[in-house]
Design a protein. Sequence first.
Length: 536
Amino acid sequence: MVQSSDGVQIAVFEEGDRGGPTVVLVHGHSDTHLVWDPVVAELAGTYRVVRYDTRGSGDSTVPKHLSSYRVERFGDDFAAVVDGLSADGAVHVLAHGWGSTGVWEYLTRAGAAARVASFTSVSGPGLHHVRDYLGDALSRPQRPRRFAQGLGQLARLAAAAPRSVPLKVCRANLSRGHDTFTPVDVPVQLIVGTQDAYLTPRLFDEMTGSVPRLWRRDIRAGHRLPTTHPQVLARAVRQLADHLGGAPAARELLRAHVGRERRTFGDTLVSVTGAGSGIGRETALAFAREGAEIVVSDIDAAGLDETVRRLEAGGAPAHRYVVDVSDAGAVEAFAEQVCARHGVPDVVVNNAGVGHAGFFLDTPAEEFDRVLDINFGGVVNGCRSFGKRLVERGTGGHIVNVASMASYTPVNVMNAYCTSKAAVFMFSDCLRAELDAAGIGLTTICPGVIGTNIVDTTRFSLPEARSSDAETVRGRAKKGFAVRRYGPEKVAKAIVAAVKSNKPVRPVTPEAYAVYGVSHALPQVMRSTARGGNIL
């Protein structure tokens, strides 16, 4: 126990590595220190973790007087806990809800910067932030949108006011006059739940004037982040503490730094399969031009070398891996290596694929399976290995699965290829719905007739009497692509644009758009056309 300035007894709990940096955890209403259990499990191995029950909760004193719940008193409690620590130097702080509000008050005091090394605030603005936002929004009804936003936030706060002690807190503070706020001279990191039922993300938009050193991470989550996203909070604290201690800033931290200039995909890691040529290579180059760091993979080592050469010539950090996407074990090992060495990719592009032409009855079973294993299995393997790591990371991301116009265009001599791409399309639709709750977007790309080297590697399944016709058909197709003049760089541009806008399905080329519409509106037309689609 420690005693606050007004005699209230505060219950303090300590665990973790006593030789490590100290992090103080402050809970909100109506929780106790136990709400931090999942976060402590993440931090205790390397940090000295100190947490306490705020006044009116858990094992701490429950004051009776209304004045005991003014925000200054919560700041006094924090001061008593920090001053009671035997560790020298400043502490890192992670606080949630009203606990965060109390720490904001403490940080305005003289000497606070000497005791607090960093402050990670979770779903908890300072009172002055709330008053400034509401005062500005509600004092100008001539700005209808801003005024409506202010009314909406006021309604949220009314809904947030719980009973008993938290109600006392509201009565003791929200009816007070407006205090003059002193800028905070401490590195501050905001964790904002974009689905918070009580606090609109707009409330945190104008803090740069009062907090010169500011980081912000918006998470697709509600108000209860300590229990729903403990790994995100622990990682955020660790990354900021490590950086302030002299370590290079993690990519996530760089992306969170408010006011830092960056290109659209600056401080972003993008993984592209099938990047040894064609659409994969151009996609890697397109993301690199937007500022991304790139992981490229392919079964073609020589092609990868050329892609890396082009990326590095443009100044982009690039990492190469030779991977057979049809091998689930190899893809899992690849994902493990990438995430351990470079971090979890923010964008995953499952592009690797092969072409095939031939009637189903002329196609050997092993060849049909090969097409499905690469075109569909490769996408499944990539989504499974990287998707689960994106969900575990807890901060969203985006997956791109490259299908084809063939996914909704039946062609009698492309059964294996159309089937594999149709499987990618439906698989992506199902997975998109599943990943949405984790804030992970998924785009299905459906290119039309694109001139790539897939024609050179396409296998043809022909009757024995016509096996010599394969090169003739290949040459005919290559001439058609050359006349078409629609290259892989246009698909790459569409992929980048689709990720920016979180578009679920993106046909590429005019014919892909047209056939997409016809396939949904007039499916019988597509079936009839398929009967006459013999290019062999």
